[in-house]
Write a protein of this length. Structure first.
Length: 475
């Protein structure tokens, strides 16, 4: 790359060339082994005499910042000591306060020095189940010269074939009956939710969220200037009678409450929709992991029950495929479609086209369905093992929250247990077990304490061994 050197203004030119190159080496923009431009070429581009550059290079060499090799020119010295000069840029700007309120708490999982031996981290799928070969072949097929994509921007709503595939997919699997025109492709659920916020919220509006709930979504709403109010949940889901009258948006996870794991009951769903109609509020249904349902018949989505056009459905492929592909989607009422597409255009113009086309291929060829069936069998076994072991081996210590979907389980800690949940998480980390407290997902002061155990990152053997170890830690 060209190194930017400025000779504007006054001062000795050799000195200034030397300073700027030395700075680049010390702050790491130029790394050990990187070549410096030939002195003749640099002199020509700066319009100075070659000797001016040569003198600067001599100083760098004398200080040990560079080395030379005959015939190969000047390099950054392999042994350069970058720790010599700490450099900080001045900073006069401060972020708006929502950022300071962000919710990383003291009982976050402690950083593991090494990868956790037993990773019960919540919210991650098993990367080993990802259909890697098909994905690679599909991408490489799309990147072949004959498939060259035009160098223009694509449709902000998402490519038509993907939107059509998504519409078929959710219509079949979740009775979210819609057409390609009702779908906006997003970078994961997180962007879908923030597009909705952009479209619906004015600063100061009240947004009701489940408490406990998913912190990044709360932070996102707060970043738009919303007044985010936590609403308690019970075994049936969000407590509708506790919703603030002022709420214009209600965010919830009806298929698998995050993080507790129960499904919202049919009665509660109806009650919530009636409340939304009476209060002219929007309801966001975050269906982040409903592909993985074990045993029970799926409950009707809020979207499919909605007769008033108040529900916005948000889906993601972060659990069903892989979080790094950043693919999600929003299905809203037709009245919001144009605004959602405009918001997507403002945000990032459109999602990566190659990934969109690859995902469409996976959906259309049935590869996705096959993968989900396979992954679901693996997760069902883990879910069964984890819940049965928690019941069998943690009697009187942990009380499992009944749940038959998703990639994690929650369990309340018996108040008579000597160790706090935070201490358990800390002690577990020392033994190579990664898990989280329920408390860290609360917005209000937690009324109970407990643990959340994900099973995307740990196989059956790991579950059995990890729980044996955990039992010793708790008792
Ligand atoms: C409840 C909930 N909603 C949304 C998301 C965000 O998913 P995405 O990766 O699609 O942005 C997650 C991810 O963990 C989640 O747990």
């Amino acid at each position: 790359v060209d190194i930017h050197i400025s000779l504007d203004g006054v001062g000795d030119r050799t000195d200034r060339i030397y300073r700027q190159l030395a700075d680049a080496i010390i702050d790491g923009r130029l790394r050990p082994g990187d070549p410096l431009p030939a002195s003749r070429a640099l002199a020509a581009s700066l319009r100075v005499a070659r000797n001016t550059v040569v003198a600067a290079y001599d100083r760098l060499l004398a200080e040990g910042l560079t080395a030379t090799r005959v015939g190969a020119g000047t390099f950054v010295s392999p042994t350069v000591d970058r720790a010599r000069v700490p450099r900080r840029r001045p900073s006069a700007l401060q972020p708006r306060p929502w950022w300071r309120d962000s919710e990383e708490g003291p009982d976050d999982p402690p950083d593991m020095q090494t990868a956790a031996r037993f990773d019960f981290q919540v919210g991650v799928p098993d990367a080993r189940l990802f259909p890697q070969d098909v994905w690679r072949r599909t991408l490489s097929h799309l990147l072949r010269p004959t498939a060259r994509l035009p160098a223009t921007y694509a449709d902000p709503a998402g490519v038509e074939i993907l939107r059509a595939a998504l519409a078929r997919h959710v219509a079949l699997s979740r009775a979210v009956v819609c057409t390609a025109d009702d779908v906006v492709v997003t970078s994961g659920a997180q962007q879908g939710l923030s597009l909705i916020a952009r479209v619906l919220l004015r600063p100061g509006d009240t947004v009701a969220v489940e408490d406990p709930g998913y912190p990044p979504v709360r932070e996102m709403f707060a970043s738009f200037g919303a007044d985010v109010v936590g609403v308690p949940v019970d075994a049936s889901g969000i407590r509708v009678e506790a919703l603030p009258d002022s709420a214009t948006v209600v965010y919830c996870t009806p298929s698998h409450q995050f993080p507790l794991g129960m499904a919202m009951t049919p009665e509660r769903r109806i009650e919530l929709l009636e409340w939304a109609s009476r209060h002219r509020a929007a309801v966001i249904e975050d269906d982040y992991d409903s592909e993985f349902r074990f045993g029970q018949r799926p409950l009707d989505s809020l979207y499919s029950l909605d007769r008033a056009g108040r529900v916005i459905y948000v889906g993601t492929f972060s659990k069903s495929l892989h979080p790094v592909i950043r693919m999600g989607f929003v299905v809203g009422p037709p009245s919001l479609q144009e605004a959602l597409v405009a918001a997507k255009r403002l945000d990032d113009v459109h999602s990566d086209l190659v990934t969109q086309l690859a995902l469409a291929a996976l959906l259309d060829t049935g590869t996705f369905a096959t993968h989900v069936r396979r992954a679901k069998r693996a997760y069902a076994r883990r879910h069964a093992l984890l819940s049965s072991r928690l019941v069998r081996d943690f009697d009187g210590v942990l009380d499992v929250v009944p749940s038959s979907a998703g990639l994690h389980l929650a369990a309340w800690l018996d108040p008579r247990t000597r160790k706090s949940s935070a201490k358990i998480v800390q002690d577990a980390a020392l033994q190579g077990i990664r898990l989280q407290t329920i408390e860290r997902f609360y917005r209000a002061a937690p009324t109970r304490s407990g643990l959340v155990l994900g099973f995307g990152g740990v196989d059956e053997r790991g579950i059995a061994e990890g729980l044996t170890l955990l039992r010793r830690i708790i008792r």
